[in-house]
Every structure is written in C-alpha cells, then in structure tokens.
Design a protein around this ligand. Structure first.
Ligand code: GRF
Length: 204
C-alpha cells in the first residue's frame, strides 16, 4: 500500500475527495500527511477530523521562498511518502523539490492543459470563448503546469456560464480525475515516456 502526502492551501475539497476514495477502498494507498503553506487552510480542520497528521509551514512567516522551500523539502522527505499530491496547493513548486520528487509528485489544474496554465484558468477559458473546458492531472516538473499529463476530463462550457458555475462543473470532474490518477499510481500502472504517460494494463 502506497503512502500519500497531500499538499493543499485552501478549502481542500480535492483533498476530501481523495480521502473518500481511499476510505472506499478505491485507492490502494493511505494518506500519511497533509502539508500546507497556510495556517488558516480549511483543509487543516478536515485533516484533523480524519486523524491525519498536519504539517504547517506558513509561507508568510518565511523571509523568502528559498527558506520556505528548504523546510518544505525537509518535511516532505520526513513523511516517507511514495507520492505527493498537490490538491489546490497554490504555489509554484521550486526546481529542487520538483527534481527530488520527479515522477512521484502530481498536481491538478482546472483547465485542459496546455491551454490556460497559471491562475484563474476557468476565467481564461470563458474569456477565450472555448466550448469545452475541463481539468488535468499531471506530474509536476520545474515549469508552470507543464509536466506530463496523466488524466484529463472535459465539461461543456454553456453560453450563460459565469466563472463560478464553470468552476463548479470542472471541480466535480477534478474530484474524479485526481483519484483516478492516484489509484493508477498506487497500482504501479503509470509509466513516463518523455512527455507521455503510458497507462499500463492491470497486473503487469
Ligand atoms: C481547484 O480548482 C484546483 O484545481 C485549483 O484550486 C482549486 C482548489 O480547490 N488548483 P480545493 O481546495 O481542492 O477545494
């Protein structure tokens, strides 16, 4: 059974969805830690309710990003996790951490990458006028939302969509897509081949 550590900065709905899939036996793993950069993150109370250890490195308490990431890296190593998942973790992962955990760190992004990386991607999609939007689970590399893609899910964009209504529709799919990707990792079914992620058949 794989050990999973979750990084989150805010309300933690993706974190909760992952826990629900673990508790339902749909992911062959267990959550060993919630790591956050925000001491006020709602995800903290959610983790505590589930008895999951919480590690807080409040970003604003650090003089700079380098100091913050030094502590973050040390804590990540201490968890002993096999997989790190960024579930609404709102900071760009630095090069050292990305390289240390290459191939075992995932992020979810609320857009169909490579379209609309960065912040406010749902608004970017609406403003652009796309007819289909969605979410992407990808491995983390040193770039911005640029690592190899594991799972994508699509949703329609409706004429009367607002940023909120589109975000809600995408979020439902995020909760499904993330657990799908994590389950595949925990079953050793993901193989990275350059930019591509090959999904191996069961039991190979
Ligand atoms: C999600 O839309 C995620 O894709 C984005 O931030 C949001 C976090 O939501 N990076 P939650 O904290 O998981 O509820």
């Amino acid at each position: 059974m794989k050990k999973i550590a979750v990084l989150a900065s805010g309300r933690g709905s993706n974190f909760l969805a992952i826990l629900a899939h673990i508790n339902a036996g749909k992911i062959n793993g267990r959550c060993v830690a919630l790591i956050t950069d925000n001491k006020d993150a709602l995800a903290i109370t959610r983790a505590e309710k589930e008895g999951i250890p919480v590690i807080i490195h409040h970003f604003k308490d650090y003089p700079d990003k380098a100091a913050y990431e030094r502590d973050l890296l040390a804590s990540m190593k201490e968890t002993g996790a096999d997989l790190f998942v960024c579930a609404g973790y709102m900071r760009i992962i630095g090069k050292e951490i990305a390289e240390e955990f290459a191939g075992r760190m995932m992020n979810i992004h609320p857009a169909l990458l490579p379209a609309f990386p960065g912040l406010h991607s749902q608004k970017q999609a609406l403003d652009y006028g796309v007819k289909v939007a969605g979410c992407t689970v990808h491995f983390v590399d040193a770039g911005l939302d640029s690592g190899p893609i594991i799972v994508q899910k699509t949703v329609p964009v409706l004429d009367d969509d607002t940023e909120d209504s589109l975000s809600d529709r995408i979020l439902e799919q995020e909760h499904i897509a993330f657990s799908e990707a994590i389950a595949l990792f925990c079953d050793d079914r993901l193989k990275i081949a350059g930019r591509k992620v090959i999904i191996l058949p069961k039991n190979t």
